[in-house]
Design a binder for this molecule. Sequence first.
Ligand code: GDP
Length: 525
Amino acid sequence: MSDELTTLAQDASPASTGAFPRRTFAIISHPDAGKTTLTEKLLLFGGAIREAGMVKARRERRNTRSDWMAIERQRGISVTSSVMTFTWHDVVFNLLDTPGHQDFSEDTYRTLTAVDAAVMVIDAARGIEAQTLKLFEVCRLRDIPIITFVNKIDREGQDPFSLLDEIANTLALDVCPLVWPVGMGGLFRGCWDIRANRPIGRVAPDGEPAEPVTIPDDQMADLRDAVELAGAYPAFDREAFLAGHLTPVVFGTALKDYGVLELLSLLAEHAPPPTTQRAEPHPVRAEQKSVTGFVFKVQANMDPNHRDRIAFTRICSGRFQRGMKLLHVRTGKPMAIQAPIFFFAQDRSLAEEAFPGDIIGIPNHGSLRVGDTLTEGETLRFTGIPSFAPEILRRVVLTDPMKAKQLRRALEDLAEEGVAQVFRPMLGADWIVGVVGALQLDVLQARIDAEYKIPIRFEPAPYVTARWISSPDPKRLKDFIEANQSTLGHDRDDSPVFLARDTFSLRFTAERWPEITFATTHQSA
Ligand code: GDP
């Protein structure tokens, strides 16, 4: 990695902008809605890249680095998430990328635990799609404020009112249109700023002057009517937005440079600064003086010859400085953070300093896990970084029985990274792996093969899903475990899980044992 560890010009680095506000956000969307295009335009406004096409090019370059990435290349998708930092009008934006494919993994969910806001991109012709809905639900769990960008209005799309009603009804969210389309498809002329009551022309990120909008008289009359009708939607209310109850909506086209600047201004002006994070024994405010952070993602280095990993860590409070000794709360051991990394659109650099809302990458050899807390000495623990009940379970079959020990290590390593979950049934010697998306299985198999040289195959497991079990009554829990050994197992933290053979038996068992909680999410200890 060291050969590509470039120290960037100071002015591009958050290290020199410590006093600047942070906006840490993600873009959620269904594949093809225009996330990559929008990301690129935002980065161009921030001067983080110089020409369009670089985000894709970078993905391709990154993909050539290791074998298992071949899966990404083959399918033309991005399995891994990353971080892109850019500065605009003295605001530092940390954009956390979430994989856009349907077969997404827990990674996607967890990335959303590290953001303070999200931009939801919707294709004007397609409306809310499956993946958008799933990701939205994760945002709702944490009441993350969402700005909606209805993209591709330069093409024929659905009527703006039906799109707004669809968003409001499907997501049970108040919608507040701020930027309205002036025609769509063949009649597309530009956008209209509802609050300022004026047209918005094309604003290219390269600094070219905005182009004036000409609206023919008949279209102007229609627009006036539409804008008047749009007045029936709730007015923008920042409190409701921050609480996750209302979404401001910008109609635009990322490809043609309409509405992108308005979106960026909205993020800068109204998206929340680094928010208070849930933790035990007390929540952590960004203003707290001492440094705290949590790991939301672990990624093996792109180089398969080295087993080192990067732990993506969100700084939640304090002023982090390179070389600091932080307490790794789970193990109780101090860790000197000597070579933390910042991520940019195209490069990485050493992170000399980081502030709340920033994401640093901490190289390590497997000691840091998803969900781990780092502090300056306090023994607190960030919560709300859950595991999700897997929807697909498989039995791992080892074709070389001599490699049982290595398999255990491989599965434990990869489970730590969140590639898959592993379960050990209480009876029998099989390993069961669980994933939320089928693609994770391909990644798991490819990586076990490439990185650990263990030939395995997956066979159907006799289970359909898993639930973490607990009870306020330890005696009842013990009784339950004794009575149900054949459908119980342990996860990698030794927490007991109910491995359901079918949905009926899950319901039936839950009804018979009302004192036992069957949880679909779990926070590791
Ligand atoms: P992603 O899968 O969400 O990252 O989507 P992309 O950004 O790769 O866009 C998918 C396709 O839609 C590409 O062919 C883009 O050029 C196209 N696209 C993106 N934004 C717009 C837009 O505003 N208007 C039009 N007409 N096409 C767009």
